[in-house]
Design a binder for this molecule. Structure first.
Ligand SMILES: Cc1cc2nc3c(=O)[nH]c(=O)nc-3n(C[C@H](O)[C@H](O)[C@H](O)COP(=O)(O)OP(=O)(O)OC[C@H]3O[C@@H](n4cnc5c(N)ncnc54)[C@H](O)[C@@H]3O)c2cc1C
Length: 432
């Protein structure tokens, strides 16, 4: 008899798991609450083309997703290009694409510029990352770069990414980010990044088609509202029985689904991991803002962590000549900015863009969109390894496989693919 599986969530984790299980002959049902698959890497249309709601690229060392793309025979969609990275600080732009740029970085005195370079060495020499679990990123970076290096370069990035929780972030999170970025550098230290022609959503759609071709079903527009050991129920009242159910959604949403079926102590354990939200303003512009793809905003007077000009990586011709710019803000969802309307958020952002790019005028804006996600990033605090729940739950046939369990690496579609595949293998082998 065919083994049956219900997968809750049609993001990259759920789709990858579904793909490998369908390939192995399992009867697969994936449930996605939204109209489209892709989850956090999902898209909307600009001039008929997919564009990610939240900016996305890969590092060249993201091999798990590259392997999957090859398996799907879609490797001709992979685009790898060098990108320009910059930093905005004290009303000035600084190039930060290579080690030489670092040495010319005037906001730091010469000694601290050199100390900044030591971070690369410090990252490489970490043999046992578990030792970093008891140190905050702040203390670790201050020790390596000194107070000035930390305050000018790293603190704004940490605050930009984690808001008021910045000082509680573990050194493991930062170490791993720097390690990954270092691994995506080509000759002379320049950064190469990868993108998918047609957008990440078109990769998700190809996976969905393959699952359908192998007899599986991806149900879109179908939120799961309750889960028991043997079945799930969708918002439209239908019940699907299965041998196994895997939940790939954020932990607080898993808590909600399981709260009537499991002990309160398990729910408390799931709720120990906190998340931070993200608001992303996507601008479709007549003109380009700058030549930089990824601009880190280190100026404490600016509320955005980054200005990402996507069309300095993927050609503007893909979007019929429109220049695409993202402004990203991570923040707890109880803050006023998270709860602004689209128009309020746009009006809030405009003066900052004008200050940063004095030639910019509002009539460059052809269209804009504001995307929000409450569970955009788990908060990786000290001793995070002790907070992560296991894959099993008190219900023997219900498993969890979610972004917050990825560690010491951070979230990312590459790891969603790795974890989705690993879970499929565990299920096929009978280990789970
Ligand atoms: C601002 C931002 C920038 C990012 N940049 C990058 C990047 O450059 N490169 C990269 O690789 N990654 C990036 N990521 C991370 C990446 O998007 C995620 O790690 C990855 O997409 C997670 O996939 P997932 O399937 O684990 O989870 P999700 O994508 O969260 O998928 C879970 C799915 O479950 C669905 N769902 C939730 N509740 C229910 C329910 N009750 N019933 C049915 N369905 C439900 C959701 O709609 C969602 O589709 C970024 C993320 C953000 C927020």
């Amino acid at each position: 008899m065919k083994q049956t599986i219900n997968i809750v969530g049609g993001g990259f984790t759920g789709l990858t798991m579904g793909y490998y299980l369908a390939k192995a002959g399992w009867a697969v049902n994936i449930f996605e609450k939204d109209a489209e698959v892709g989850g956090l890497a999902g898209s909307f249309k600009v001039e008929g083309e997919n564009l990610e709601k939240f900016y996305h690229h890969w590092f060249t060392n993201d091999l798990h997703i590259m392997d999957l793309i090859k398996e799907l025979q879609c490797e001709d969609h992979i685009i790898i290009r060098p990108t320009r990275t910059g930093m905005y600080y004290s009303n000035n732009f600084f190039k930060l694409s290579s080690p030489l740029d670092l040495l010319k970085f005037k906001p730091l005195n010469l000694i601290n510029r050199v100390r900044l370079g030591f971070v690369v060495l410090a990252v490489r020499t970490v043999k046992d990352w578990m030792k970093l679990e008891s140190i905050t990123a702040k203390d670790w970076l201050t020790k390596i770069c000194g107070k000035q290096g930390y305050t000018v370069v790293w603190e704004p990035l940490l605050k930009g990414k984690f808001g008021r929780y910045a000082e509680s972030v573990s050194a493991v999170w930062f170490w791993n980010k720097l390690k990954l970025r270092g691994g995506s550098r080509g000759e002379k230290g320049k950064e190469n990044l990868a993108y998918y022609r047609g957008g990440f959503a078109s990769l998700a759609e190809s996976m969905m088609k393959e699952i359908h071709n192998m007899g599986g079903v991806v149900h879109v527009n179908r939120a799961v509202v309750s889960v028991t050991n043997d079945e799930i129920r969708t918002a439209d009242g239908e019940v699907f029985k299965a041998d196994k159910t895997v939940l790939t959604i954020p932990l607080p949403l898993i808590s909600n689904l399981l709260k009537d079926a499991v002990d309160a102590s398990y729910i408390n354990q799931l709720n120990k991991i906190q998340y931070i939200g993200n608001v992303c303003l996507t601008l479709e512009l007549k003109q380009s803002l700058s030549e930089i793809y990824w601009l880190n905003v280190n100026d404490p007077g600016f509320p955005f962590v980054g200005v990402i000009e996507h069309t300095n990586f993927e050609s503007k011709e893909t979007y019929k000549g429109r220049h695409i710019v993202y402004l990203s803000k991570y923040l707890p969802t109880d803050e006023a900015l998270y709860n602004m309307s689209e128009k309020e958020f746009f009006d809030y952002a405009m003066p900052f863009i004008k200050k940063m790019f004095p030639l910019f005028t509002e009539d460059w804006v052809l269209d804009y969109h504001v995307w929000k996600e409450a569970y955009s990033q788990p908060l990786v605090t000290l001793h995070y390894s002790k907070l992560i729940p296991g894959f099993t739950t008190p219900l023997p046939n219900v498993l969890i496989n979610t972004m917050a369990q990825i560690y010491p690496e951070d979230r990312g579609t590459n790891y969603a693919v790795r974890e989705g595949k690993l879970m499929a293998q565990r299920l096929m082998s009978g280990e789970m």
